[in-house]
Design a protein around this ligand. Sequence first.
Ligand SMILES: NC(=O)c1ccc[n+]([C@@H]2O[C@H](COP(=O)([O-])OP(=O)(O)OC[C@H]3O[C@@H](n4cnc5c(N)ncnc54)[C@H](OP(=O)(O)O)[C@@H]3O)[C@@H](O)[C@H]2O)c1
Length: 259
Amino acid sequence: MSPKTIVITGASSGIGKALALHYAAQGAMLGLIGRNKERLDAVAAECRAGGAKDVKTGVIDVRTRAELMSWIADLDRDAPVDLLFANAGVTGGTTAEGAFEPNELSLALIETNVLGAFNSVHAILPAMIARGHGQIALIGSLAGFVPLADSPSYCASKSAIMAYGLALGDALHPRGIKVSVVCPGFVETPMSNSVASTKPFQISADDAARRIARSLERGQTIIAFPFPLAFAARLGQFLPGSLRRWLLPPFRIRTEASG
Ligand SMILES: NC(=O)c1ccc[n+]([C@@H]2O[C@H](COP(=O)([O-])OP(=O)(O)OC[C@H]3O[C@@H](n4cnc5c(N)ncnc54)[C@H](OP(=O)(O)O)[C@@H]3O)[C@@H](O)[C@H]2O)c1
Protein backbone atom coordinates (compact mmCIF):
# COMPACT_ATOMS: atom_id res chain seq x y z
CA MET A 1 0.00 0.00 0.00
CA SER A 2 1.29 3.48 -0.84
CA PRO A 3 1.94 5.64 2.21
CA LYS A 4 -0.74 8.32 2.68
CA THR A 5 1.09 10.87 4.81
CA ILE A 6 4.79 11.45 4.37
CA VAL A 7 7.22 13.82 6.09
CA ILE A 8 10.43 14.68 4.25
CA THR A 9 13.24 16.71 5.80
CA GLY A 10 15.47 18.50 3.32
CA ALA A 11 12.61 18.68 0.82
CA SER A 12 13.61 22.02 -0.71
CA SER A 13 16.24 20.54 -3.02
CA GLY A 14 17.78 17.47 -4.63
CA ILE A 15 16.71 14.01 -3.50
CA GLY A 16 14.18 15.33 -0.97
CA LYS A 17 12.48 17.41 -3.66
CA ALA A 18 12.42 14.45 -6.06
CA LEU A 19 10.89 12.24 -3.35
CA ALA A 20 8.25 14.90 -2.65
CA LEU A 21 7.29 15.07 -6.33
CA HIS A 22 7.26 11.28 -6.64
CA TYR A 23 4.82 10.86 -3.75
CA ALA A 24 2.79 13.91 -4.81
CA ALA A 25 2.03 12.09 -8.07
CA GLN A 26 0.57 9.27 -5.95
CA GLY A 27 -1.79 11.69 -4.21
CA ALA A 28 0.00 11.66 -0.83
CA MET A 29 -0.37 14.22 1.93
CA LEU A 30 3.10 15.79 2.36
CA GLY A 31 4.89 17.51 5.21
CA LEU A 32 7.95 19.21 3.74
CA ILE A 33 10.77 20.60 5.88
CA GLY A 34 13.76 22.76 4.96
CA ARG A 35 15.34 26.07 5.92
CA ASN A 36 14.97 27.99 2.66
CA LYS A 37 11.36 29.24 2.53
CA GLU A 38 11.45 30.34 -1.08
CA ARG A 39 12.72 27.01 -2.38
CA LEU A 40 10.43 25.04 -0.07
CA ASP A 41 7.36 27.01 -1.19
CA ALA A 42 8.31 26.43 -4.83
CA VAL A 43 8.57 22.65 -4.23
CA ALA A 44 5.24 22.69 -2.37
CA ALA A 45 3.57 24.46 -5.30
CA GLU A 46 4.99 21.87 -7.73
CA CYS A 47 3.72 19.07 -5.48
CA ARG A 48 0.21 20.56 -5.33
CA ALA A 49 0.18 20.91 -9.10
CA GLY A 50 1.56 17.36 -9.37
CA GLY A 51 -1.35 15.76 -7.51
CA ALA A 52 -0.54 15.90 -3.78
CA LYS A 53 -3.61 15.61 -1.56
CA ASP A 54 -2.29 18.44 0.61
CA VAL A 55 1.11 19.96 1.35
CA LYS A 56 2.27 21.58 4.58
CA THR A 57 5.65 23.27 4.80
CA GLY A 58 7.82 23.78 7.86
CA VAL A 59 10.66 26.27 7.53
CA ILE A 60 12.72 24.58 10.20
CA ASP A 61 16.35 23.72 10.83
CA VAL A 62 16.47 20.04 11.81
CA ARG A 63 18.98 20.97 14.51
CA THR A 64 16.31 22.95 16.37
CA ARG A 65 14.82 20.01 18.20
CA ALA A 66 11.87 21.61 19.99
CA GLU A 67 10.56 23.39 16.90
CA LEU A 68 10.91 20.28 14.75
CA MET A 69 9.18 18.08 17.31
CA SER A 70 6.24 20.39 17.79
CA TRP A 71 5.75 20.90 14.00
CA ILE A 72 5.79 17.16 13.27
CA ALA A 73 3.54 16.38 16.27
CA ASP A 74 0.99 18.98 15.05
CA LEU A 75 1.00 17.52 11.54
CA ASP A 76 0.69 13.98 12.90
CA ARG A 77 -2.40 14.95 14.95
CA ASP A 78 -4.17 16.07 11.74
CA ALA A 79 -2.82 13.34 9.46
CA PRO A 80 -1.02 10.37 11.06
CA VAL A 81 2.40 10.03 9.45
CA ASP A 82 3.04 6.68 7.67
CA LEU A 83 6.52 7.42 6.37
CA LEU A 84 9.34 9.71 7.51
CA PHE A 85 12.36 10.54 5.37
CA ALA A 86 15.25 11.84 7.51
CA ASN A 87 16.97 13.23 4.44
CA ALA A 88 18.30 16.70 5.32
CA GLY A 89 22.05 16.73 4.97
CA VAL A 90 25.14 18.73 4.15
CA THR A 91 28.55 17.77 2.89
CA GLY A 92 32.07 19.11 2.80
CA GLY A 93 35.65 18.00 3.09
CA THR A 94 39.00 18.90 1.61
CA THR A 95 38.51 22.47 0.44
CA ALA A 96 38.83 23.77 -3.10
CA GLU A 97 42.29 25.05 -2.08
CA GLY A 98 43.31 21.59 -0.85
CA ALA A 99 43.12 22.29 2.90
CA PHE A 100 42.03 19.51 5.28
CA GLU A 101 38.37 19.81 6.31
CA PRO A 102 37.96 22.50 8.96
CA ASN A 103 36.80 21.61 12.47
CA GLU A 104 33.71 23.86 12.15
CA LEU A 105 32.67 21.84 9.10
CA SER A 106 33.05 18.51 10.95
CA LEU A 107 30.80 19.78 13.71
CA ALA A 108 28.20 21.17 11.31
CA LEU A 109 28.13 17.87 9.41
CA ILE A 110 27.53 15.81 12.53
CA GLU A 111 24.95 18.27 13.89
CA THR A 112 22.84 18.18 10.72
CA ASN A 113 23.44 14.72 9.29
CA VAL A 114 23.40 12.81 12.57
CA LEU A 115 21.77 14.85 15.34
CA GLY A 116 19.24 16.31 12.88
CA ALA A 117 18.27 12.76 11.86
CA PHE A 118 17.95 11.69 15.51
CA ASN A 119 15.70 14.72 16.15
CA SER A 120 13.54 13.86 13.13
CA VAL A 121 13.13 10.23 14.19
CA HIS A 122 12.26 11.10 17.79
CA ALA A 123 9.72 13.64 16.62
CA ILE A 124 7.57 10.86 15.13
CA LEU A 125 8.60 7.78 17.10
CA PRO A 126 6.15 8.00 20.04
CA ALA A 127 3.18 8.35 17.66
CA MET A 128 4.33 5.47 15.43
CA ILE A 129 4.96 3.26 18.46
CA ALA A 130 1.50 4.07 19.84
CA ARG A 131 -0.08 3.12 16.48
CA GLY A 132 2.11 0.03 16.02
CA HIS A 133 2.66 1.12 12.44
CA GLY A 134 5.02 3.27 10.40
CA GLN A 135 8.11 3.40 8.23
CA ILE A 136 11.30 5.41 8.64
CA ALA A 137 13.84 5.96 5.86
CA LEU A 138 17.19 7.39 6.92
CA ILE A 139 19.23 8.80 4.06
CA GLY A 140 22.77 7.58 4.49
CA SER A 141 25.29 7.20 1.67
CA LEU A 142 27.67 4.70 0.12
CA ALA A 143 30.25 6.91 1.87
CA GLY A 144 29.01 5.26 5.06
CA PHE A 145 30.59 2.00 3.88
CA VAL A 146 33.90 3.12 2.47
CA PRO A 147 36.14 5.72 4.13
CA LEU A 148 37.04 8.61 1.80
CA ALA A 149 40.21 10.51 2.68
CA ASP A 150 38.77 13.85 1.60
CA SER A 151 35.60 13.79 3.68
CA PRO A 152 36.22 11.95 6.95
CA SER A 153 33.41 13.70 8.83
CA TYR A 154 30.85 13.14 6.08
CA CYS A 155 31.81 9.44 6.01
CA ALA A 156 31.57 9.33 9.82
CA SER A 157 28.12 10.94 9.73
CA LYS A 158 26.84 8.41 7.21
CA SER A 159 28.41 5.44 9.05
CA ALA A 160 26.62 6.67 12.15
CA ILE A 161 23.34 6.74 10.22
CA MET A 162 23.95 3.18 9.03
CA ALA A 163 24.64 1.84 12.53
CA TYR A 164 21.76 3.82 14.01
CA GLY A 165 19.31 2.71 11.33
CA LEU A 166 20.14 -0.98 11.58
CA ALA A 167 19.94 -0.96 15.38
CA LEU A 168 16.74 1.09 15.34
CA GLY A 169 15.19 -1.26 12.79
CA ASP A 170 15.85 -4.30 14.96
CA ALA A 171 14.49 -2.51 18.02
CA LEU A 172 11.32 -1.34 16.27
CA HIS A 173 10.56 -4.45 14.20
CA PRO A 174 8.53 -6.10 16.99
CA ARG A 175 6.55 -2.84 17.31
CA GLY A 176 5.43 -2.88 13.68
CA ILE A 177 7.75 -0.12 12.47
CA LYS A 178 10.08 -0.64 9.50
CA VAL A 179 13.39 1.19 9.25
CA SER A 180 15.48 1.43 6.09
CA VAL A 181 18.86 3.01 5.49
CA VAL A 182 19.16 4.48 2.00
CA CYS A 183 22.72 4.55 0.65
CA PRO A 184 22.91 6.35 -2.69
CA GLY A 185 26.03 6.70 -4.79
CA PHE A 186 26.34 9.88 -6.85
CA VAL A 187 23.03 11.62 -7.46
CA GLU A 188 22.92 14.81 -9.48
CA THR A 189 21.84 17.52 -7.01
CA PRO A 190 23.19 20.85 -5.74
CA MET A 191 25.10 18.86 -3.11
CA SER A 192 26.75 16.68 -5.71
CA ASN A 193 27.50 19.78 -7.80
CA SER A 194 29.38 21.27 -4.83
CA VAL A 195 31.86 18.39 -5.03
CA ALA A 196 34.58 18.31 -7.67
CA SER A 197 35.47 14.67 -8.37
CA THR A 198 34.84 11.87 -10.80
CA LYS A 199 31.24 10.74 -10.29
CA PRO A 200 30.97 7.25 -11.72
CA PHE A 201 27.45 5.95 -12.38
CA GLN A 202 25.84 9.27 -11.33
CA ILE A 203 22.05 9.14 -11.66
CA SER A 204 19.36 11.81 -11.60
CA ALA A 205 17.46 12.71 -8.44
CA ASP A 206 14.21 11.51 -10.06
CA ASP A 207 15.77 8.12 -10.77
CA ALA A 208 17.03 7.96 -7.17
CA ALA A 209 13.55 8.78 -5.82
CA ARG A 210 11.96 6.02 -7.92
CA ARG A 211 14.54 3.46 -6.74
CA ILE A 212 14.08 4.49 -3.12
CA ALA A 213 10.26 4.36 -3.26
CA ARG A 214 10.30 0.94 -4.96
CA SER A 215 12.70 -0.52 -2.39
CA LEU A 216 10.74 0.94 0.52
CA GLU A 217 7.58 -0.72 -0.79
CA ARG A 218 9.45 -4.02 -0.54
CA GLY A 219 10.55 -3.13 3.00
CA GLN A 220 14.25 -3.45 2.12
CA THR A 221 16.51 -2.68 5.10
CA ILE A 222 19.57 -1.38 3.23
CA ILE A 223 18.80 0.39 -0.03
CA ALA A 224 22.18 0.83 -1.74
CA PHE A 225 22.50 1.85 -5.39
CA PRO A 226 23.59 1.91 -8.17
CA PHE A 227 24.68 -1.72 -8.01
CA PRO A 228 28.27 -1.50 -9.37
CA LEU A 229 29.20 1.32 -7.01
CA ALA A 230 27.35 -0.21 -4.05
CA PHE A 231 29.19 -3.47 -4.62
CA ALA A 232 32.56 -1.67 -4.84
CA ALA A 233 31.84 0.43 -1.73
CA ARG A 234 30.90 -2.59 0.36
CA LEU A 235 34.00 -4.40 -0.83
CA GLY A 236 36.10 -1.29 -0.12
CA GLN A 237 35.27 -1.65 3.57
CA PHE A 238 37.37 -4.78 3.80
CA LEU A 239 40.45 -3.60 1.89
CA PRO A 240 43.70 -3.21 3.82
CA GLY A 241 44.69 0.46 4.25
CA SER A 242 47.69 0.16 1.92
CA LEU A 243 45.51 -1.09 -0.96
CA ARG A 244 42.82 1.51 -0.23
CA ARG A 245 45.40 4.31 -0.40
CA TRP A 246 46.81 2.90 -3.63
CA LEU A 247 43.34 2.96 -5.21
CA LEU A 248 42.55 6.44 -3.86
CA PRO A 249 43.91 8.95 -6.45
CA PRO A 250 40.97 8.75 -8.91
CA PHE A 251 38.58 9.29 -6.01
CA ARG A 252 40.18 12.46 -4.57
CA ILE A 253 37.61 15.22 -4.13
CA ARG A 254 37.50 18.96 -3.53
CA THR A 255 34.40 20.53 -2.01
CA GLU A 256 32.64 23.77 -1.44
CA ALA A 257 30.68 22.99 1.75
CA SER A 258 27.04 22.42 0.71
CA GLY A 259 24.04 23.85 2.56
N1 LIG B 1 23.67 13.87 -3.99
C1 LIG B 1 24.39 12.80 -3.72
O1 LIG B 1 25.24 12.38 -4.54
C2 LIG B 1 24.17 12.07 -2.44
C3 LIG B 1 24.77 10.79 -2.31
C4 LIG B 1 24.58 10.09 -1.14
C5 LIG B 1 23.80 10.60 -0.13
N2 LIG B 1 23.22 11.83 -0.26
C6 LIG B 1 22.42 12.32 0.85
O2 LIG B 1 21.12 12.65 0.39
C7 LIG B 1 20.57 13.67 1.22
C8 LIG B 1 20.04 14.79 0.34
O3 LIG B 1 21.14 15.36 -0.34
P1 LIG B 1 21.00 16.09 -1.76
O4 LIG B 1 22.05 15.55 -2.63
O5 LIG B 1 19.60 16.08 -2.19
O6 LIG B 1 21.50 17.55 -1.33
P2 LIG B 1 20.90 19.01 -1.54
O7 LIG B 1 20.33 19.14 -2.89
O8 LIG B 1 21.96 19.93 -1.07
O9 LIG B 1 19.69 19.00 -0.50
C9 LIG B 1 19.91 18.98 0.88
C10 LIG B 1 18.60 19.30 1.56
O10 LIG B 1 18.82 19.30 2.97
C11 LIG B 1 18.29 20.50 3.51
N3 LIG B 1 19.03 20.86 4.71
C12 LIG B 1 20.36 20.99 4.87
N4 LIG B 1 20.65 21.33 6.13
C13 LIG B 1 19.46 21.41 6.78
C14 LIG B 1 19.10 21.73 8.10
N5 LIG B 1 20.00 22.01 9.05
N6 LIG B 1 17.79 21.74 8.44
C15 LIG B 1 16.84 21.44 7.50
N7 LIG B 1 17.12 21.13 6.25
C16 LIG B 1 18.42 21.13 5.88
C17 LIG B 1 18.43 21.52 2.39
O11 LIG B 1 17.45 22.52 2.48
P3 LIG B 1 17.65 24.02 3.02
O12 LIG B 1 18.95 24.53 2.47
O13 LIG B 1 16.42 24.70 2.53
O14 LIG B 1 17.66 23.87 4.49
C18 LIG B 1 18.08 20.67 1.18
O15 LIG B 1 16.69 20.59 1.01
C19 LIG B 1 21.69 14.10 2.17
O16 LIG B 1 21.52 13.47 3.42
C20 LIG B 1 22.94 13.58 1.49
O17 LIG B 1 23.97 13.36 2.39
C21 LIG B 1 23.39 12.57 -1.39
